[in-house]
Ligand binder design. Structure first.
Ligand code: ADP
Ligand code: MG
Ligand code: ZN
Length: 459
């Protein structure tokens, strides 16, 4: 009703400090959630403002909203941001002390808890204390919404399947009255159907927008076809141009703080190390980030990067999920990803602030071979899995094969990169970008390069 929308707008301004909804999609999704008559499924691209879709409704009614989010680091960021706005949001996770958890539990056992949003991990959701807590909240009619963020983690059709997500539906029994909200930036049709099925969403209201992000410029470079310089030099020129404009004579060694920074994804730990040292030799500040480093070193590297004291972080794909840095000016894949869904997600970390940012893949003939090998190994492992049903095995293999084929198509077929990506997600809304990818900027040149690459490949 109008009265509720009035209230919502009030909270939007007073608590969140936004003068209006971001767009009609965000507004509609929020109003639907406020109605509380159905579950809601939301698929908007990264940076579209999905969080507000549940954070605002969480404040409008008495009672509590549970948010399931895949990573503790992600939860900490969100909770801190909400607390800074004066919102009573807290987390319960395995890294907290017993005392810290007790304080949260005590608040939630009160007749009228002060907490409005409780963030938990999917592992936490199936733990005894949290299940009992939810039961108690449910009995007292205090559960408003159960929010599943990064909902693609529940399906094999995504690229980041997490078994703990599958157990989330057990919360349905514990809290049958709560409305569920599932949010994701990356789901094609199959993934979407499966997410709704796995989370037992019955006739959810669905809000979807296209995958297109006009501030991101996408292109592909072929290492073997770069002339007059090494691919690494080519990379450094690219980064310099992004960060400093056409100005070629910046003295990189003098720079303490960069105007933004970026990610260079490498396939292995060794490649991250090598790339960082190559960049360092050429005076571009970069440090590696991968699972082989201690937590302390990793946190330190991440902090420096967040503060723009590094131009780039050279990382394996272990880095990035849940990192909310607005000014990631570039995401460069030094080796081609093996799955289109993963590429959309990883490259999508660029330009959350909606400013011009660049997403590039440096592909090569030699890497094509390695990729094929990796994929066939991955398929072999799934084929040999005995602890899952034949159907699940089939779906997983299909998802991997399709994701890979579309990724190769993205590299090898001369067409708008945004359209190629959109088609993977069955998004028909996205049209040729005209100027935000290498193909649209110069179709002839890009087609020629693609042709040359294909000849390289077949020799
Ligand atoms: P998503 O989860 O869809 O990737 P977020 O929820 O993290 O995106 O939001 C991205 C950015 O958009 C955040 O910085 C957020 O503060 C901002 N934002 C969200 N809604 C609005 C709005 N109505 N007006 C202005 N900024 C908004
Ligand atoms: Mg989000
Ligand atoms: Zn295009």
């Amino acid at each position: 009703s109008e009265e509720i929308e009035e209230k919502a707008k009030n909270i939007l301004k007073k608590v969140f400090g936004f003068s209006s909804f971001r767009n009609i999609h965000q507004r509609k999704a929020i109003l639907a959630i406020l109605k509380r008559d159905n579950d809601v499924y939301i698929s908007f691209p990264t940076g579209a403002g999905k969080s507000l879709c549940y954070q605002l409704p969480a404040l409008l009614y008495g009672g509590i909203t549970i948010v399931v989010s895949p990573l503790i680091a992600l939860i900490v960021d969100q909770v801190t941001a909400l607390q800074q706005k004066g919102i009573r949001a807290v987390a319960i996770n395995s890294k907290m002390t017993a005392d810290e958890k007790r304080i949260v539990h005590e608040d939630l056992r009160q007749t009228i808890p002060t907490i409005k949003l409780l963030y938990i991990t999917p592992e936490g959701a199936s733990s005894d204390p949290i299940q009992r807590l939810l039961e108690s909240l449910n009995k007292r009619n205090l559960l408003n919404y159960i929010v599943i963020d990064e909902a693609h983690c529940v399906t094999h059709w995504g690229h980041d399947f997490r078994p703990d997500y599958l157990r989330l539906r057990s919360l349905r029994k514990i809290a049958p009255q709560a409305f569920w909200i599932a949010l994701t930036a990356t789901a094609g049709n199959q993934a979407e159907d499966d997410i709704q099925k796995q989370l037992e969403m019955v006739k959810p209201r669905i809000f979807k927008t296209g995958t297109y992000r006009s501030n991101l410029y996408y292109d592909v470079q072929i290492k073997e076809l770069i002339q007059g310089q090494t691919p690494e030099q080519h990379l450094i020129r690219f980064i310099t141009r992004i960060l400093f404009g056409k100005n070629d004579d910046v003295d990189l060694s003098e720079i303490k703080t960069f105007p933004g920074s970026g990610i260079i994804y490498c396939r292995t730990r060794d490649e991250c190390e090598q790339m960082a040292s190559v960049l360092a030799k050429l005076e571009m500040k970069a440090l590696p980030y991968h699972a082989g480093l201690s937590n302390k070193v990793r946190d330190d590297v991440q902090d420096k990067w967040m503060r723009n004291e590094l131009a780039a972080i050279t990382a394996t794909i272990a880095f990035g999920m849940g990192i909310d840095k607005p000014d990631v000016r570039f995401v460069i894949h030094w080796t081609c990803p093996s799955n289109m869904a993963a590429y959309y997600q990883e490259s999508g970390r660029a330009g959350r602030d909606k400013k011009r940012s660049f997403c590039r893949i440096y592909h090569s003939k030699s890497d094509s071979g390695i990729l094929k090998l990796l994929i066939s190994r991955e398929l072999g492992q799934i084929r040999n899995k005995s602890n899952i049903s034949e159907k699940a095995r089939d779906d997983q293999m299909k998802a991997i094969t399709r994701g890979f084929e579309k990724m190769m198509g993205y590299i090898e077929l001369p067409k708008c990169r945004h359209v190629a990506m959109a088609q993977f997600f069955s998004d028909n809304e996205t049209k040729e970008c005209k100027k935000n990818c290498d193909y649209c900027a110069d179709p002839k040149k890009t087609s020629n390069l693609t042709d040359k690459f294909l000849t390289l490949s077949s020799t």
